[in-house]
Design a protein around this ligand. Structure first.
Ligand code: NAP
Length: 248
């Protein structure tokens, strides 16, 4: 699945959680394909501005927007802000997410509310707002997880619950928006080397061993598939594992 640079020329994209990790790699990759990019962040203002500078160095427009996906108004409002800054919206990448892992009995109501607010409600509201703004050719790409395909051990109840909801959302969006020429797909990363899940972290060796390839993926490897989907016209309602064979 190799994408030719330039396929997104003239398109405007919004990447949530674009200051670091998979989101930053995706924002840069979409820009290399020719897209102008808005990216959201919460705490990483400087990191987000650095991604903006790198995109501008590629000759594309970019803007960093502080928008907390846990806040309903900010989650939905990011779409209008991005569209205003870039003159429209063609591609939404729902990437912002949080992982709270741990034994079922230790998860608090606050944990449940926080994870569902960011990983599910925020994605729903941002997608709803984007669907209202997009025209034919629009693309909604959501970042799920390999743990919605296969939960390899204990500790994943809340995270897997939240990310599994996004599969249903993606398929329903595909049906809802297909008649308007808008696609919706979901990408399931496996263990990917980021701040959230560093390849030298305490559980990294076990995670790598659970993949067929025996290693972590990179944020760029996930971004490659997202960029492909941003340019693909006849793919919708589909799930894509970029997980090194974690689900195999
Ligand atoms: N890494 C993995 O192994 C892995 C595997 C499967 C799926 N995923 C999924 O991939 C996505 C990206 O993960 P990552 O590993 O790149 O994570 P990361 O390194 O922790 O980066 C998270 C990004 O999301 C932003 N973010 C966090 N909470 C936010 C909120 N409430 N509103 C808006 N932005 C927020 C962060 O911005 P600030 O720094 O500015 O706060 C940052 O840019 C997540 O949905 C995650 O669940 C990751």
């Amino acid at each position: 699945m190799t994408t030719t640079y330039g396929t997104l020329h003239g398109k405007a994209a919004l990447v949530t959680g674009g200051s670091r990790g998979i989101g930053a790699a995706t924002a840069l990759r979409l820009a290399r394909e020719g897209a102008d990019v808005a990216l959201t962040y919460v705490n990483g203002k400087e990191a987000a501005e650095e991604v903006v500078r790198r995109i501008e160095a590629l000759g594309r427009r970019a803007v960093a927007l502080r928008a907390d996906a846990a806040d309903a108004d900010e989650a939905a409002g990011a779409v209008e802000r991005a569209a205003e800054a870039l003159g429209g919206l063609d591609v939404l990448v729902n990437n912002a997410g949080v992982g709270v892992l741990g034994p079922l009995e230790g998860l608090t109501l606050a944990d449940v509310d926080r994870v569902l607010a960011v990983n599910v409600r925020g994605v729903f509201l941002t997608s709803q707002a984007a669907a209202g703004r997009m025209r034919a050719g629009g693309r909604i790409i959501t970042i799920g997880t390999c743990m919605s395909q296969r939960v390899p051990g204990p500790g994943g109840t809340l995270y897997a619950t939240s990310k599994s909801a996004l599969i249903g959302l993606t398929k329903a969006l595909a049906r809802e928006l297909g008649g308007r020429g808008i696609t919706a797909n979901i990408v399931h990363p496996g263990p990917t080397d980021t701040d959230m899940n560093p390849a030298d972290g305490p559980y990294a060796e076990d995670q790598a061993a659970m993949t067929a390839l025996g290693r972590f993926g990179t944020a760029q490897e996930v971004a490659e598939t997202v960029a492909h989907l941003a340019g693909a016209g006849y793919v919708t309602g589909a799930e894509f594992a970029v997980d090194g064979g974690h689900a195999a």
